[in-house]
Design a protein around this ligand. Structure first.
Ligand code: NAP
Length: 420
């Protein structure tokens, strides 16, 4: 029996160093040497994961001397797992993430043919990681289509488990599809359905919405952020998107009434001035939100939205500040936080020490913040900012910028460390 008595592993050896993070009275308790399960990732995972680890180790050492360190522990998914264990995600990987409540991963190839439909989706579903968290900000020196990209500093909370992604669809012409159409017409009085339609159904629930909005508001409170915006298409889809808006406001009023005010209250009760210490909860229709991203980004901070809107807005916002190469992300629930590079495996660059490790490094910054290790997180961000603004960058940024010094993936990581 090892140190972690109730961690039941079938194949993996227990981590040799480190301790488990814990919760006490709802608060995260972080040991000085937390076990960090990590998945290297397919394709360029071999390049970006070591780069990310080296940057984090340097930042933690610089911030805390020897007092704190990360106990990296490799777990497996994707091609490496297939080769070693004959399955794309061994049960041990799920067990490890559940037990240590933390993890970080490189990109994974979506398997073609049988097995999991998508490994990323499998992690979200099996572990019920109900929120996809995507901060978006601009780094000085990154070419961006927006006039004032420095005004973008937002964090998106995207619901991860329902909406159209629940996958309830029927193909046009199939007996099941015709049966659904018949039911809708004959029993539910629906009109406007053609018999040659395909059908999709989206569920949006009280539970799914409230837990997501709750997490977004808590984040705003914990990080002293000014507002939470509920993004929806409730003008058209009243009982799904409109309900998302309604339930979101309910959470704000019922659970955070002492900290939150609505835009309406600010106007009516406080003469248009937000009272000190309050977070403004507001809502925007999704299409208007796309305009706001471009026209008035400085007015938005935390955004909460259902799955499909979140999919569109995350990528649009990342593009507005110069692309996905530097976009970090995490999938979370109330217990587990699983951080990831948001880009894919970029197979043509695999093993070439060429690709930009920025997305995974910034995801690791989120992980440090989650652990409460803000000093180390700040060091990494400073290192990245300085390296990029000095023009010491990987090929993707170098090709967009005259006079930049193109460096390899590992050299960029060293430059980040040297710039801390
Ligand atoms: P991709 O791997 O993201 O690569 C597409 C292109 O984006 C690359 O060729 C490269 O552009 C650029 N790029 C991606 N990451 C970059 C980085 N770190 N630095 C600089 N440039 C970067 O997308 P894909 O080719 O569509 O997908 C490949 C595989 O990844 C698929 O199996 C897909 O399913 C999987 N995937 C996994 C995840 C995940 O694990 N989270 C996410 C998306 C896709 P240039 O060629 O212009 O240099």
């Amino acid at each position: 029996m090892g140190r972690f008595a109730d961690l039941e592993l079938k194949h993996y050896a227990e981590p040799e160093r480190g301790d488990r993070i814990d919760f006490r009275d709802g608060a995260l308790c972080v040991p000085d040497e937390p076990v960090v399960p990590y998945i290297e990732g397919d394709g360029v995972g071999v390049d970006i994961t070591p780069a990310m680890k080296s940057v984090l180790d340097a930042a933690v050492t610089k911030a805390y001397g020897g007092k704190r360190r990360l106990a990296w522990w490799e777990i497996f998914a994707g091609e490496k797992a297939m080769n070693l264990y004959g399955t794309a995600i061994p049960d041990d990987s799920f067990a490890a993430l559940r037990y240590f409540r933390l993890g970080i991963k490189g990109p994974l190839t979506t398997p073609v043919g049988g097995g999991f439909r998508s490994l990323n989706v499998a992690f979200r579903q099996v572990l019920d990681l109900y929120a996809c968290v995507r901060p978006v900000r601009w780094f000085d020196g990154v070419p961006a289509p927006l006039k004032r990209p420095q005004d973008v500093d937002m964090i998106i909370f995207r619901e991860n488990t329902e909406d159209l992604y629940a996958g309830i669809e029927w193909e046009e012409g199939t007996p099941d599809c015709l049966k659904v159409i018949r039911f809708l017409k004959e029993e539910m009085g629906a009109t406007g359905f053609r018999n040659d339609s395909g059908i999709g159904i989206k569920p949006i629930s009280v539970t799914g919405t409230k837990r997501l909005v709750r997490m977004a508001i808590r984040y705003a409170i914990d990080h002293n952020l000014p507002s939470v915006t509920l993004v929806h298409k409730g003008n058209i889809m009243k009982f799904t998107e409109g309900a998302f808006r309604k339930w979101g406001y309910e959470v704000a009023a019922q659970e955070f009434g002492d900290r939150c005010v609505t835009e309406e209250q600010v106007e009516k009760d406080f003469g248009g001035k937000v009272p000190a210490g309050k977070i403004v909860v507001k809502d925007r229709i999704a299409d208007a939100m796309f305009q706001q991203i471009l026209l008035r980004p400085s007015e938005y901070s935390v955004l909460a939205m259902a799955n499909l809107n979140g999919d569109y807005i995350s990528d649009a916002l990342a593009a507005a500040v110069g692309g996905l190469g530097l976009a970090p992300g995490a999938n979370m629930n109330d217990e587990i936080a699983f951080f990831e590079a948001t880009h894919g495996t970029a197979p043509k660059y695999a093993g070439q020490d060429k690709i930009n490790p920025g997305s995974l490094i910034l995801s690791a910054v989120l992980m440090l913040e989650h652990l409460g290790w803000q000093e180390a997180a700040d060091l990494v961000v400073t290192g990245l900012e300085r390296s990029i603004s000095r023009g010491v960058v990987t090929y993707d940024l170098a090709r967009q910028r005259e006079g930049a010094q193109e460096v390899s993936c590992s050299r960029f990581a060293r430059s980040v460390v040297e710039s801390m």
